[in-house]
Design a protein around this ligand. Structure first.
Ligand SMILES: Nc1nc2c(c(=O)[nH]1)N[C@H]1C(S)=C(S)[C@@H](COP(=O)(O)O)O[C@H]1N2
Ligand SMILES: [Mo]
Length: 288
């Protein structure tokens, strides 16, 4: 893939500082046959409201986030709850490089070479009990590191911090769901959710929570940040679906960052053959 081969020169010229290298073996089965979005765009065109609402706020303010030392509490309905140090968590399973599409609910998309391992590998270790029906992800709460969490800094109504996201248990266990520590051959840049985030490629990007400090196994469907902010616009499931429009815009097509023409949006972001069976019999208009 040309863009990947060019990664070193991108790193050299990119506005964002290059991070430490992170080795991983490419898994071809989970690599889309589309060229990757440039490193520059992946690291300077971001949504990370903890830093601010503009696309360049995260890369401009990313230096404020300190991704080491860092722990992730894994608890709730599990037989073996544990607080993991980030460096221990990174070594729980072999790191893979996977090239996934990312589709933002706003109508743009990218193709990103992530590094991580299936969230399922962590889930199996902590042994969820039969009461665990959903998994809740919580982002760091710290207004010193995240200026967007200070009250009154934006004119628009602020989100309810910390950022909370969630998945149903079978979604969390799905082999595509990636616990992610890096991209483009290096540790995750802060603006992309260092030191650890989740990536759920068949769902709108906001389901992929960044800078996670807690993974909790729960019985009830988590109340997620965007659902609380606007329930009719951002549902819990939020599967990419060209047939269900956002109340304020169409979801039928998307702008691939770096391309001129819009592309047709694919059902489940092109992962239908792998994930459609999770939703058999579910009304995806009702459960948006
Ligand atoms: N904690 C947190 N996670 C977040 C967000 C956010 O604002 N805060 N934005 C989401 C949205 S809307 C998208 S599209 C993706 C963007 O990921 P990227 O910047 O790495 O491309 O992160 C998601 N994860
Ligand atoms: Mo998004």
């Amino acid at each position: 893939m040309a863009a990947l081969a060019l990664a070193p020169s991108h790193l050299a010229s990119a506005a964002a500082p290059a991070g430490a290298p992170l080795k991983a073996k490419r898994t071809e089965r989970f690599t889309v046959d589309e060229s990757a979005t440039t490193y520059e765009s992946v690291t300077t065109y971001n949504n990370f409201y903890e830093f601010g609402p503009s696309k360049d706020d995260p890369s401009r303010l990313a230096h404020r986030l300190k991704p080491r030392p860092w722990t992730i509490l894994v608890d709730g309905h599990v037989a073996r709850p544990k607080r993991y140090d980030i460096d221990e968590l990174m070594k729980l399973a072999p790191l893979e490089e996977r090239v996934y599409r990312l589709r933002c609910v706003e109508g743009w998309s990218m193709v990103i070479p992530w590094i991580g391992y299936p969230l399922a590998s962590l889930i199996k270790r902590v042994q969820p009990t039969s009461n665990a029906r959903f998994v809740e992800f919580t982002t760091l709460l710290d207004p010193d590191q995240f200026p967007g969490q200070r009250t009154g800094v934006f004119s628009f109504s602020s989100l309810d911090w910390p950022y909370v996201e969630g998945l149903r248990m079978d979604e969390a266990l799905h082999p595509l769901t990636l616990l992610t520590f890096g991209l483009y051959g290096q540790v995750l840049p802060n603006q992309n959710g260092a030191p650890v985030r989740v990536v759920v490629p068949w769902k709108y990007g906001f389901k992929s929570a960044k800078s996670i400090v807690r993974i909790r196994f729960v019985g009830d469907q988590p109340k997620t940040t965007w659902e609380k902010a606007a329930p009719r616009e951002y549902g819990f499931y939020s599967n990419v679906n060209p047939g269900v429009d956002h109340p304020r815009w169409s979801q039928a097509s998307e702008r691939r960052i770096g391309e001129f023409r819009r592309r047709k949006t694919l059902m489940f972001n092109g992962y239908a053959d792998q994930v459609a069976s999770l939703y058999t019999g579910m009304d995806l208009r009702k459960y948006l």
